[in-house]
Design a protein. Structure first.
Length: 56
């Protein structure tokens, strides 16, 4: 998808994950932590793709 696409997906997942962590439901909070971590991974993937010229 490319550097920009991965970073956008990462930002979106991080934001949604942070919002879910504000829930009163423990399952939703846990899901939010996982989604935020997924977003951080996508951000990292986008940075690596950018450093390698999107050849990943």
């Amino acid at each position: 998808m490319g550097e920009l696409g991965e970073k956008i997906k990462g930002n979106t997942n991080e934001a949604i994950g942070k919002a879910k962590q504000q829930s009163g439901n423990p399952e939703t909070r846990n899901e939010g932590r996982k989604q935020e971590a997924k977003g951080e991974g996508q951000q990292l993937k986008g940075e690596v793709e950018g450093a390698l010229g999107n050849d990943v």
